[in-house]
Design a protein around this ligand. Sequence first.
Ligand code: SAM
Length: 291
Amino acid sequence: MTKTTTKTKSHARRRRSGPDDPQRERPDRHRARKRFGQHFLESAWVDKLVGALQASPTDTFIEIGPGQGALTLALAPHVARVVAVEIDRDLAAALPRRVPPNVEIVLGDFLRTDFDQLLRDLELPVRVVGNLPYNVASPILFRLLHAAQHGRRFRDATLMLQKEVADRLCAAPGMAGYGAMAIQVGLLADVDRLLTLPPGAFRPPPKVTSAVVQLRFREPRAEVGDHQVFEDLVRSLFLQRRKTLANALRPLADARHKIASQVLDLAGLDPIRRPETLTIEDMARLARAVL
Ligand code: SAM
């Protein structure tokens, strides 16, 4: 057995597996678990995804949900290190004996993983990759976004998402799907779509089309003032995306004891515009004006 690390974590355990490990299981016997969003990538698409990553031998990757190791095994020879966080005990137990020494398997829920501990021994910034379980893709995305610290911890994240979610991430002002997600992600990262995959790219096939997007974290595109107010503003405006700004802003302005028309004037925004036409910079000015 090549693995040497056994480290106990608050919500995640790095484990070593050996021939006597009762949790070892033959990966080919594994039955995909719906509750963990398990759809395993077919090898032709694994190669495309690895190609799209343009990995270099000095890169360290965090992989979210290695599953049966399809992506892990293909990526490992091209990079310095892979630390892969898997929630499914059986899969996490089976992987260590199949992976090369530069791969470490962490048993745990990525949504609860302590990033300070996970990243402690790693060369920063790390890169992130994951064929995400679609039931928790959005919370994982936002967790990464909040933790990226402008690219100092995570350089980029290449994520397999449901195509509709990828469309929303990449949408520009005025486009269908443009909303809170595009603004919050676009504030902190540049986003590119790398691949689009049919259901048949996975085993078992999901009911939806998938897409791979890459988020490259960077300094915020605009100064938003208070981050919580910015998030509240974006969410509240897009709940009323078809209303004029004057009407859509009123609930939040009232709650902050401000007059919507004065706030819009201060932000230099026309009150008859619709929220769906605002750029990130417009939203940031509005968030500062409503403070
Ligand atoms: N990477 C593998 C592949 O491409 O074939 C598996 C991808 S499958 C869509 C998602 C994987 O994430 C599964 O192995 C699942 O058990 C794991 N997973 C689900 N929820 C997770 C979580 N909260 N934290 C870590 N892994 C999770």
